[in-house]
Design a binder for this molecule. Structure first.
Ligand code: BGC
Length: 365
């Protein structure tokens, strides 16, 4: 009887290909990579880069995508734990991921919050991301430059969009942007059309400009609505858009309105991520700027961090700045590693994207 049970247990181990410790037949440790969504281009790239960086360093790894659905992602993370993951790297959908992060902690599995801080959790110690406040500052600076504010006569009109209200990054992007735009608003040189939070702390107004789960169809509908209501009697000079997916949805909405139906009539629109569609829009003058965050570098840095944690060493992550005091989950301050974003306009898009080997000339056709 005992022998049968052992055989059954062995058979089930062979099925999953993993032993309880997370080591598979080759003895490699296993890293679970949980990404939040695929409707924003970058995450597929993040997933692929994380997996290949992990494998390069001798780990086995699996990637999942949560389709912006936290219960789905929690199931995926739970599956990693069941399969005996040694470490988890999680780009969360929202803070509802906290329950499975707590499960991981109970099993002594290290969790690295990837790109997005996991708020309201005290069950992990490491976070790796870009300097997200700076991303927002670049968006604000891009808008000021695009509007040529130093030489502008008379006020300029701007409308504000933010990312998902459940993504902590959205606060950083917005606050970074408003740190630059705010003084112009205070001076009356920039007039906000529609809801006007001056920081993400103004939750009542921030919620009105936020875009649930970063869905482009929501941003597009809100822009159409603005054009027919709050912005009906003005010509918008700029739109603060928090990322490229939403920027293009906003630009598409503008182009259906006679006031903005040619490239030279479009408002100055910001973005982020350097998505191929937006790089083309920047080349064509439809989108003013983006912020490029090299996700290949982020993935590489995350695996270097993971490797140190799995070996019980003190992490040394080249190219990242360690910040031990700014990122508070609400339950604890986590060690955060920050990479530098790059601002991109028509002036330097070729150098960054083609020169940098991100896209080929053919990709931009
Ligand atoms: C990321 C952005 C991305 C957005 C939507 C944010 O957390 O930092 O790069 O555009 O999520 O997926």
């Amino acid at each position: 009887m005992k022998k049968l049970l052992v055989m059954a247990a062995l058979a089930s181990l062979t099925c999953t290909g993993l032993f309880a410790s997370g080591q598979n037949e080759s003895g490699a440790q296993f890293i679970g990579l949980a990404m939040p969504e695929t409707h924003v281009e970058r995450w597929q790239q993040d997933g692929a880069s994380l997996k290949s960086e992990a494998e390069k360093m001798g780990y086995t790894a699996e990637v999942t995508f949560g389709d912006a659905d936290q219960s789905k992602q929690n199931q995926q993370v739970q599956d990693f734990i069941t399969k005996g993951a040694d470490l988890l790297i999680i780009g969360s959908v929202n803070e509802g991921v906290g329950s499975v992060v707590a499960d991981a902690a109970r099993d002594d599995i290290d969790v690295i919050a990837y790109d997005r801080l996991i708020t309201n959790s005290g069950d992990y110690d490491y976070y790796i991301t870009f300097d997200n406040f700076k991303v927002g500052q670049f968006q604000g600076e891009g808008i000021i430059k695009g509007l040529d504010m130093d030489n502008a006569s008379g006020p300029k009109y701007i409308t504000l969009f933010a990312g998902s209200p459940t993504d902590n990054n959205a606060n950083f992007f917005f606050d970074g942007a408003m740190s630059v735009l705010g003084p112009y608003v205070d001076a009356g040189e920039l007039v906000i059309v529609g809801p006007a939070p001056m920081s993400s702390d103004d939750k009542a107004n921030f919620t009105k400009i936020a875009t649930e789960n970063w869905r482009p169809e929501i941003a597009k509908a809100r822009m159409e609505n603005l054009l027919n209501n709050d912005a009906k009697d003005v010509v918008l000079d700029a739109v603060l858009a928090p990322n490229d997916t939403l920027a293009r949805a906003i630009i598409e909405a503008c182009m259906t309105d006679a006031k903005y139906d040619t490239v030279d009539k479009l408002p100055v629109v910001s973005g982020q991520d350097g998505e191929v569609g937006s790089v083309k829009f920047i080349r064509d003058g439809k989108q003013y700027m983006t912020v490029y965050k090299d996700t290949g570098k982020l993935a590489q840095a995350a695996i270097i961090l993971a490797d140190a944690l799995l070996k019980g060493e003190t992490p040394n992550v080249p190219g990242a700045r360690l910040d031990t005091s700014s990122y508070d989950t609400g339950k604890k301050t986590v060690n955060s590693y920050l990479l530098e974003p790059i601002m991109v306009t028509q002036e330097n898009y070729k150098e960054v994207f083609i020169g940098g080997g991100v896209y080929s000339e053919a990709d931009l056709k």
